[in-house]
Ligand binder design. Structure first.
Ligand code: SAM
Ligand code: SF4
Length: 322
């Protein structure tokens, strides 16, 4: 469906948990208060909302969190979502630590695409960003496995001053693998308020030292927030997601469902519609469709990340579903 500014909304990001096995400093606090299980939507409740969303024009769903793979049965949810008429793509965003084990089941369930968040390929830096004391996955091997399963595979890296001297090494993953490496400006949401982001322009400048022929690609992916660049020396593309320095709100096509069943038309505002209370009080499909339609229609024109407003989202990213 279209919102009040004639943007086509066809993409739903669903957070299935606020929990995570990592503690990326820009995302969640070290000792977070966790939500109770009864406050989190069941997979059946999520699937019901997803089916209604599909009837409003949603064609693509991304499962996220927290870390979606820490919740049991994520593959079951993938299978349920894939059965919904109108849903063409089901993707997942993950930190990658639990992915290798989960891949066969996710793929059997019909998963189409995966985004893996990899801020750096250097283990010491990765540990200091994530606070994790386990081993860092073997990224090239994990990416190769995803590609081998036929998944459309992308890498997401938040632009941090801590990784500045490692951006080129990270981007070099695209030399031999057909994966897009997407650099994302850090957003001042939750823990992300405590440090400054590097800009997308900085990373481009840095990468051009290694690949001087990096140039914008012609093909704009529909609704993608990334501007893509190519080099003859790279199999995959470099993507820049400049949410702060060059917002993409005028082409934004997404809405979010938090793990507690709040439908959010824009990441940056606290504004949301409480679907969980409606679901659990026996609301009809017609009632749910009507409030979901209203929420989508009222999607704000632009984010408020750079503004000082009491309407801004106060929750941390792992709670909202990044
Ligand atoms: N745990 C999964 C992961 O890390 O991919 C999924 C949830 S995580 C919240 C989703 C994405 O949000 C990750 O790529 C993460 O790097 C990004 N993210 C978290 N906090 C952010 C912030 N303040 N600014 C920009 N991106 C952020
Ligand atoms: Fe966990 Fe993802 Fe947040 Fe890192 S970015 S703490 S992996 S939810």
């Amino acid at each position: 469906m279209k919102d009040q500014f004639a943007r086509t909304i066809n993409y739903l990001r669903i957070s299935i948990t606020d929990r995570c096995n990592l503690r990326c400093f820009y995302c969640m606090p070290h000792q977070p208060e966790h939500l109770c299980h009864r406050d989190i939507l069941s997979y059946e409740e999520i699937a019901r909302i997803a089916a209604l969303a599909a009837s409003l024009g949603i064609t693509k769903i991304r499962i996220t969190g927290g870390e979606p793979l820490v919740r049991k049965g994520c593959a079951e949810l993938v299978a349920m979502l894939k059965q919904i008429s109108g849903i063409e793509t089901v993707a997942i965003t993950t930190n990658g630590t639990l992915l290798e084990h989960a891949l066969p089941e996710l793929c059997r369930a019909g998963l189409d695409a995966v985004n893996i968040s990899i801020d750096t390929t250097q283990e010491a830096t990765w540990r200091s960003i994530t606070g994790y004391d386990g081993n860092m996955p073997d990224w090239p091997d994990l990416l190769q496995q995803c590609i081998g399963y036929g998944l459309k595979t992308k890498v997401n890296a938040v632009l941090l001053s801590e990784t500045r001297n490692q951006w080129t090494e990270l981007a070099a993953l695209a030399e031999h693998l057909p994966v897009d490496i997407r650099f994302i400006e850090q957003m001042p949401i939750g823990q992300g308020k405590s440090s400054e982001s590097e800009t997308a322009q900085n990373v481009l400048q840095e990468l051009r030292k290694q690949w001087p022929d990096l140039h914008p690609t012609e093909d704009m992916e529909n609704g993608s927030p990334a501007r893509y660049y190519q080099s003859k020396k790279l199999s995959g593309r470099i993507g820049l997601i400049a949410a702060m320095s060059n917002p993409f709100c005028s082409t934004c096509n997404r809405i979010r469902l938090t793990s507690t069943g709040q439908l959010k038309p824009c990441l940056s505002y606290g504004q949301c519609t409480d679907l969980r209370t409606l679901l659990r009080s026996g609301a009809s499909d017609e009632k749910l469709l009507s409030v979901m339609g209203q929420c989508i229609y009222e999607k704000p024109q632009r984010h408020c990340l750079a503004a000082k407003t009491d309407k801004a989202e106060q929750q941390t990213m792992n709670r909202i579903g990044g």
